[in-house]
Design a protein around this ligand. Structure first.
Ligand SMILES: Cc1cc2nc3c(=O)[nH]c(=O)nc-3n(C[C@H](O)[C@H](O)[C@H](O)COP(=O)(O)OP(=O)(O)OC[C@H]3O[C@@H](n4cnc5c(N)ncnc54)[C@H](O)[C@@H]3O)c2cc1C
Length: 399
């Protein structure tokens, strides 16, 4: 019955990294304008069932994924600081970051190209210097490091929580524990119908940021997203524990073999809580475990811990102590490893953002601003041509 439906100017579906940022931006931009904004999530973000948990995410500016990101990354730093200020909390630390690997079209070379293009502060050094400055790493003669002096880490749960709280302060409504069953942008003259397990709404505009749960929606558009199971491990240092504190130990991303990186963080909560480390397998590496948000194996097995130990014993042996904690998480890979941040190809009153391919948290705050700008103004001041939905499918570009 139409008269039972609640009306909103904008509804955001999914309140993880992208959705919380979108809701915050919408609420801020629409504050005092008599507009109604609602965010809906099936769970209660920040939670540990999607892509945005584990206490830390790397941020950096020398971006081997493409120099096109750098204006967005620079802006994200200012925006995170503003969010910290407005929420009176601290969840963003600069530690410097080491990108390590060989020197042949590697993350070292590609990071350097982007750093040069934007005159970012960095250093490059060889294995002797790595082992001298950072004796916890065991680098061989083929290993080089680019030190990105602006790299550091963000705490993703704090980012989500603070942006949701700020959005509510600005007048947004947040419904958690409510699952959107379908939305329909075709059959309602007044807008988009959003049907959940608890209610029925009409929105003038919709933003859909459902992370790994977006796979089905994107498949209907001919775009294959691949959610992937990844494990975060918290390891206690065995020796030289103080060397792993943030004042000595940077974040690192180390390409240890073809299509396999190990990355890690300093002991940001003290050495007793350990350092978080994880694998980042890519392309055709045998370690990859594709899944869906519905069938992912959320248990961590003995073999998973044995595997990280094997690599730590070779590359960072002092971190191969007690495994204190683990957490399973999902990346969602797009076909070209760049996200989709755009209007829905079929409906101009719907915006989508997904496929962040394991590197989206650091600029999720800007993604939220882009989505709010597209929704409110129909355009963004950022160059988002890399993120267009129609790049994948001739079916989409014909529309
Ligand atoms: C292990 C790991 C390490 C990573 N490391 C980094 C890093 O170092 N640096 C970096 O920048 N990025 C990193 N990333 C990537 C980054 O964390 C993700 O790109 C980002 O968190 C994705 O956020 P999201 O909002 O798209 O998805 P999510 O946070 O999963 O949010 C989706 C939300 O949608 C909700 N939802 C889904 N379906 C519905 C429905 N029908 N109704 C209502 N709600 C729904 C879900 O409950 C969920 O809250 C990492 C990711 C992982 C998994």
């Amino acid at each position: 019955m139409l008269f039972n439906r609640k009306y909103y100017d904008v509804i955001v579906v999914g309140l993880g990294a992208m959705g919380s940022a979108s809701l915050y931006q919408l609420a801020t931009q629409l504050s005092g304008k008599g507009k109604k904004v609602l965010g809906i999530d099936q769970l209660a973000p920040p939670h540990n069932m999607g892509s945005t948990h584990g206490g830390s995410r790397i941020t950096r500016q020398a971006y081997y994924e493409g120099k096109e990101y750098i204006p967005i990354l620079k802006y994200s730093y200012d925006l995170w600081r503003k969010i910290e200020h407005d929420s009176q909390s601290r969840f963003f630390e600069i530690t410097g970051g080491l990108m390590m690997g060989s020197r042949n079209n590697s993350i070292v070379d590609k990071s350097e190209m982007s750093a040069k293009a934007y005159d970012l502060p960095y250093e490059i050094f060889d294995h002797k210097e790595i082992n001298k400055r950072y004796p916890m790493f065991k680098a061989d003669e083929n290993t080089w490091a680019l030190l990105d002096k602006l790299a550091g880490y963000l705490e993703p749960e704090a980012g989500v929580k603070n942006q949701l709280e700020l959005a509510v302060k600005e007048g947004a409504e947040v419904n958690t524990g409510e699952q959107v069953q379908f939305w329909d942008a075709e059959n309602y003259a007044k807008g988009i119908r959003v049907k959940t397990n608890k209610g029925d709404y009409i929105a003038e505009k919709l933003i859909v940021t459902t992370g790994p749960w977006a796979k089905g929606m994107m498949q209907e558009l001919g775009i294959t997203l691949k959610p992937e199971r990844l494990i975060q491990f918290w390891m206690k240092p065995t020796n030289n524990a103080a060397a792993f504190l943030p004042e000595h130990f940077p974040i690192f991303l180390w390409n240890v073999e073809k299509n396999l990186d190990i990355y890690g963080f300093p002991a940001k909560d003290g050495v007793e809580q350990g350092c978080k480390v994880a694998f980042y397998p890519h392309e055709d590496h045998e370690m990859r475990e594709f899944c869906t948000a519905y069938n992912i194996d959320r248990e961590v097995h003995k073999k998973d811990i044995e595997l990280i130990r094997k690599y730590l014993s070779q590359y960072v042996p002092d971190l191969n102590g007690e495994c204190l904690k683990t957490a399973v998480c999902m990346h969602t890979e797009s076909p070209d490893l760049h996200p989709i941040i755009d209007f829905h190809p079929e409906y101009r009153n719907v915006c989508i953002a997904n496929g962040f391919s394991g590197h989206g948290f650091k600029f999720s705050n800007v993604a939220g601003q882009i989505l709010a700008d597209l929704t409110i103004n129909g355009k963004s001041d950022f160059d988002i041509s890399l993120f267009k939905a129609d790049r994948f499918s001739s079916r989409l570009s014909q529309k």
